[in-house]
Design a protein around this ligand. Structure first.
Ligand code: 5AD
Ligand code: SF4
Length: 455
């Protein structure tokens, strides 16, 4: 009865949520949507008509926070017209700034950290009475394992499944261990159940998400049976041979041969690894506290190529970390060539308050030098990506169709196992999103393989 009363009370309420930053944040927004719909809230795509506007925020670089502040000022205008509307800041920026955010951004009513989403309904009730509501407690256990995410903006084909939260690595530049707390893994059975349900609903691809998936480790409290990432990967791959399995992010220090062999054993585990390098210089890697050397990293790449000859690798790279000199920078360019990345995510170093780097080192590379080095890194990556795509022209790939291509409703867009985007004409009847087709690459750009369906 209580549930019903609550649903009636709030039946007409609408929430609007905007997500920033990593895939984990987008996945969290689906958990938040689930918590709110259980309270009778409906999702809306229109902030102007929402009773509750939520921003799921990112703190990874200063620019990410600036974008969110900008967005908050835009909501100020809506709020002026509709004073009853509540505005909530969730996620990493909420966790980093805590109550300070309420002083800095007076229009914000709710501040909720990544481990406190279960308390959102109570916090909303509190905010409705005019009291600002904050919960930024981090947890050692919370994995939201029992919450079935509401898929937002879904194409009905691909979905993210979070397998762990937090991070125990202390990379010197990174704010994540402070905003997302200690690492904890989610019960393997709840992961398998969530993936199985997705398959039943027609989904064809899951991406298992964690800051560092290779340190996934779950011990069943009753049987004492332990499951590591290689075992989890196998369990998910076995759900259905037509379910593609991807994962992100791997850490070069932790990815094991067992994971690579499991990938080799199951054709439905995609041959693609995101393996952030950050820098190619041993001196910088040490300052960054990445706990591997360039030689170790190159050996890992070699091992991947040996065990999985058709595997694509991508990376994250930071330009201009503290004390980085030209020689260090050349080492980075050099490791990019050696690793032959299919693509990369490339950033200028941005000092984050509270991190080890902010405490110990000086952010001494000038913005101009950072910019120039980043431009060189991007130019090299563009060339590597183009070379990699050109090598694929003439080859036939199995592609999972995700939907219409961005440019034309006469063309499909999908990805191959290596995570490369392929675009091709809708030349075959009866084919729809969620289908697998064989596509021959006939041309390419640096970002896309262009092809046609072959029988
Ligand atoms: N400055 C620039 N890039 C950063 N990253 C993390 N912290 C920072 C920072 N302070 C990058 C890393 C990481 C990716 C998610 O973001 O490359 O792998
Ligand atoms: Fe940040 Fe390093 Fe953890 Fe990734 S592994 S989230 S870069 S601390």
């Amino acid at each position: 009865m209580i549930g019903l009363e609550k649903a009636e009370k709030t039946a007409s309420k609408r929430f609007y949520i905007e997500s920033y930053g990593c895939q984990m944040n987008f996945s969290d927004s689906e958990i938040i949507a689930s918590i709110l719909s259980a309270e009778g809230f409906d999702a809306t795509r229109d902030a102007e008509h929402a009773d509750l506007v939520l921003l799921n925020t990112c703190s990874i670089r200063e620019k990410a926070e600036q974008t969110i502040r900008q967005r908050l000022t835009e909501f100020k205008r809506i709020k002026r017209e509709r004073p009853g509307m509540l505005v909530g800041v969730l996620g990493c920026m909420a966790e980093r700034l805590k109550g300070k955010l309420l002083e800095e951004e007076r229009l914000v009513d709710l501040v909720v950290g990544p481990d406190a989403y279960r308390t959102l309904p109570d916090l909303i009730t509190e905010a409705e009475t005019g009291t600002k509501a904050v919960n930024v407690l981090l947890s050692r256990e919370e994995t939201y394992a029992d919450i079935s995410p509401v898929r937002l903006d879904s194409n009905g084909v691909t979905a993210f499944v979070s397998i762990m939260r937090g991070c125990n690595n202390m990379c010197a530049f990174c704010v994540v261990p402070f905003t997302r707390g200690r690492e904890r893994s989610r019960d393997d059975q709840s992961i398998v159940n969530e993936c199985s349900e997705l398959v039943e609903r027609g989904f064809k691809e899951v991406t298992l998400l964690g800051q560092n998936v290779d340190s996934y480790y779950w011990v069943d409290p009753v049987s004492g049976h332990a499951v590591d990432f290689a075992m989890l990967l196998e369990k998910v791959a076995l759900i259905s041979p037509t379910l593609r399995v991807r994962f992100s992010t791997s850490h070069p220090k932790d990815i094991t041969d067992r994971v690579l062999h499991t990938m080799a054993m199951y054709p439905n585990i995609c041959k693609y690894i995101h393996l952030p390098v950050q820098s190619g210089s041993n001196r910088i890697l040490q300052l960054m506290n990445r706990t591997y050397t360039r030689e170790w990293y190159i050996a890992k790449v070699k091992r991947i190529n040996e065990i999985l000859p058709d595997c694509a690798i991508s990376a994250d790279i930071i330009a201009g970390f503290c004390t980085e000199n030209e020689e260090d920078h050349l080492d980075t360019l050099n490791i990019m060539r050696e690793s032959d990345y299919a693509y990369s995510y490339m950033f200028m170093y941005s000092e984050r308050p509270g991190t080890l780097a902010a405490k110990r080192y000086t952010d001494d590379v000038t913005p101009e030098i950072k910019k120039r080095r980043l431009a060189e890194i991007v130019a090299l990556q563009n060339q590597l990506s183009l070379d990699s795509n050109q090598r694929d022209v003439g080859k036939v790939f199995e592609v999972l169709i995700e939907g219409d291509s961005k440019r034309s409703a006469q063309q499909w867009m999908g990805r191959n196992s290596q995570n490369k985007v392929m675009v091709f004409d809708k030349s075959k009847d009866g084919v729809k999103p969620g289908d697998y087709v064989q596509v021959k690459a006939t041309a390419c750009t640096q970002g896309t393989l262009i092809g046609s369906i072959v029988e």
